[in-house]
Design a protein around this ligand. Structure first.
Ligand code: NAD
Length: 466
């Protein structure tokens, strides 16, 4: 009985009050979901590849018809401003992109030295894949993991975060409306207990985990029970390098919107370390602060709002403690923000966009993922120093370079220890681009052919020719 899940209230971060209930899955419901998915997967691979492709395109069409509803549910999930609702569109794009792979399964034949044998290398699905998503950007991660997993012939048990269950649950219903076999995508919101049961389940062929490093360590330990393979997409402490030759107005705008203003800094792609070339340091920092100051803070459902709350009381406490520690420890000079927002927003978890200048890269502020609207600004003298500081972190998810010098852009991009490098642009995550981390930002990729391959295992078949 105790292994069953339970119903809990969901707290809306913009008000600190409940905005719905969610039934969390326990180990029993997880087991049921995996068994149903296993049956559905057998049905799925018995369909022709043409039929699977058409069903996935149909699912993309159904998602398209419900973009507005999914965007609204995304706001209900974690109070992300509705002006940031493009993430539902990205879900559709991932589905459409990977549907195109469903009817193109391919392998290769390679010669074997000294024989006429036929040596086939083929790709097969894992069976049932467990997809564990974070609360932030949940629809994007759903797209980047569920779409390739299905296209590769797997079934999916999707475990959204207990903090963001609504859009994912609706996506599960849309899968049925689109005619996918029942159980092919089963959505089971759960907390750590349900997530752990999913990872340990012997019926799971592969886990795709997106979340924080501390949780990833637990997931990898649990996965060791059955030696289940895991692809991990984890956090970041991304550097944004502003060179003196950059278009400083454009760079200031990009840096503000990729930094504290992007989902209130709650993004794995948040450019939380701003490295500025010495000759333009003062001029650039002023421009950057000016743009950050234009944030429209308020009700996430108001289309004019660009800056919402952080996810929870616990997150607000953690972020403000990091700010206090940075101030008292002299990690840098507080240039902007640093406080909880009061007035009409006092009951929500709103924290001011916060900027520290002259930050020591060795400080906790610069080394740990704050996952809030906090950015550290640092100064560098030349390219070598910029690259050294940028790489001096355990993370390696994204890096940003602002320059008008094409030679410099190429040189620096090659030297940065990062899964993605964005030159003069935002982290425009797309189905075509493999996304993932170096170092402690994860192992494996989602997106592109690399993302498809994560959900296929390789089989070598050799036929003797005598
Ligand atoms: P989290 O690590 O707290 O939780 C992630 C997921 O793991 C949730 O669904 C949670 O319920 C589940 N979980 C918790 N304990 C578990 C356990 N023991 N076993 C199995 N599952 C468990 O992360 P979060 O707070 O939801 O998300 C924020 C983190 O995710 C940040 O570090 C952010 O950088 C990272 N992130 C990375 C990417 C990427 O693509 N690299 C994208 C979005 C978020």
């Amino acid at each position: 009985m105790e292994s069953r899940g339970m119903k809990v209230e969901h707290i809306y971060p913009a008000t600190g009050r409940p905005n719905g209930t969610v039934t969390l899955a326990g180990p029993t419901e997880i087991d049921e979901a995996v068994q149903t998915a296993a049956k559905a997967q057998r049905e799925w691979v018995s369909l022709t590849v043409d039929r699977r492709r058409d069903l996935l395109i149909g699912l993309a069409d159904v998602v398209h018809e419900h973009l507005g509803e999914l965007a609204k549910l995304n706001v209900d999930d974690y109070a992300v401003p509705i002006s940031f609702a493009g993430t539902a569109m990205l879900l559709e794009r991932f589905l459409r992109h990977f549907a195109g792979y469903a009817d193109k399964p391919h392998g290769v034949t390679t010669p074997v030295n000294g024989s006429f044998d036929i040596n086939l290398v083929e790709r097969e699905p894992y069976g049932v894949v467990g997809v564990i998503t974070p609360w932030n950007g949940a629809l994007v991660v759903t797209g980047s993991c569920v779409a390739p997993a299905l296209a590769a012939g797997n079934a999916v048990v999707l475990k959204p975060s207990e903090l963001a269950p609504f859009a994912a649950l609706r996506f599960g219903e849309l899968c049925l409306e689109a005619g996918l076999p029942e159980g092919l995508v089963t959505v089971v919101p759960a907390d750590a207990k349900g997530g752990d049961a999913l990872v340990r389940h012997p019926g799971i062929g592969k886990i795709a985990f997106t979340g924080g490093g501390a949780t990833a360590r637990k997931v990898l330990q649990a996965a060791a029970t059955n030696l289940t393979p895991v692809v991990t997409e984890l956090g970041g402490k991304s550097a944004n390098l502003i060179f003196a030759d950059a278009d400083l107005d454009l760079a200031a705008s990009l840096s503000a919107h990729q930094g504290p203003l992007m989902q209130s800094g709650q993004s794995c792609a948040c450019a939380s370390r701003l490295l500025v070339h010495d000759p333009v340091y003062d001029e650039f920092v002023q421009k950057f602060l000016d743009v950050v100051g234009t944030a429209c803070i308020g009700d996430p459902m108001d289309p004019a709002t660009t800056f919402g709350p952080v996810i929870s009381q616990a997150a607000a406490d953690r972020i403000l403690t990091a700010v206090d520690t940075a101030v008292s420890g002299g990690a840098g000079e507080l240039l902007l923000g640093g406080r909880r927002i009061g007035g009409q927003l006092a009951e929500g978890y709103y924290i001011e966009p916060t900027v520290f200048g002259g930050v020591d890269n060795a400080s906790e502020l610069a080394q740990l993922e704050t996952f809030g609207p906090v950015v550290s600004v640092m100064r560098f003298r030349d390219e070598d120093e910029a690259v050294r500081i940028a790489n001096d972190t355990p993370y390696g998810l994204n890096a940003f370079v602002q320059t008008t010098d094409l030679n410099r852009a190429h040189r620096v991009a090659r030297r940065l220890e990062s899964g993605s490098v964005w030159i003069n642009q935002f982290s425009d995550i797309s189905p075509q681009g493999p996304y993932g981390g170096y170092k402690q930002s994860g192992a494996g990729r989602t997106g592109g052919i690399e993302g498809l391959n994560e959900f296929q295992q390789v089989k070598n078949i050799r036929i003797a020719v005598r």
